[in-house]
Design a protein around this ligand. Structure first.
Ligand code: VGL
Ligand code: ZN
Length: 201
């Protein structure tokens, strides 16, 4: 089961959105072109309530991109983004969503953030994605989307911990911080992730 997981290809992470990833719009075409190469396609959506504690707006006196503590962990305070049922939370309108068999939402609990598509940042609650992939016998899992250095990165780390053979499709992903992502890529490779481009598939 060659499986593709689209991470957070949502309007707020694309130029024009509230937490835009540079060149985020450039991943749509490679994603659409490679969809037919997969047996199974699933997606995640960052899906926050408006009172989510990862939003700087819910911490009076604190600024966007400031780091604070939440549930005993470091938390970057983000601009409001991917609020449930808003346009910013929807998939990019040009994304071909027809082949997506299941969508896993994350970040609903206002008290904790959830970068990985598998678990919240405290590894307390599961989204069900791991069980779903096991049931589908998805052993080769390709990841792409936004942001490459946050939600894609943490999803791959969890996949590797679960014993899943993980791939990162680089041209179908973009990071918030390009330089920081180079360091994370090295870490992912060392942990067993294969990094490739959609044209290599
Ligand atoms: C993300 C920051 C906050 C992501 C989600 O999808 O990479 N980043 N929430
Ligand atoms: Zn978020």
């Amino acid at each position: 089961m060659k499986t593709l997981i689209l991470i957070d290809v949502q309007n707020d992470f694309i130029p024009g959105g509230s937490l835009a990833v540079p060149e985020g719009d450039q991943i749509i075409e490679p994603i659409n072109n490679m969809l037919p190469k997969f047996d199974l396609v699933v997606a995640t959506q960052d899906w926050h309530p408006a009172n989510h504690k990862s939003f700087a707006s819910n911490h009076p006196g604190k600024k966007e991109f400031e780091i604070t503590q939440l549930q005993g962990m470091e938390q970057t305070l983000w601009p409001d983004h991917c609020v449930q049922k808003t346009r910013g939370a929807q998939f990019h309108p040009n994304l071909e969503t027809g082949p997506i068999e299941a969508i896993f939402h994350k970040g609903m609990d206002p008290e904790i953030d959830s970068y990985s598509g598998f678990y919240d940042n405290g590894h307390k609650k599961s989204t069900g994605l791991a069980g779903y992939l096991e049931e589908k016998k998805a052993k080769e899992v390709y990841f792409c989307g936004l942001a490459a250095d946050i939600c894609v990165y943490y999803s791959i780390l969890d996949a590797l911990k679960l014993g899943i053979k993980a791939y990162l499709i680089e041209d179908a992903s973009r990071p918030l911080d390009k330089e920081g992502f180079e360091v994370l890529k090295k870490e992912l490779r060392e942990k067993g992730c294969t990094i490739l481009n959609s044209t290599d598939l």
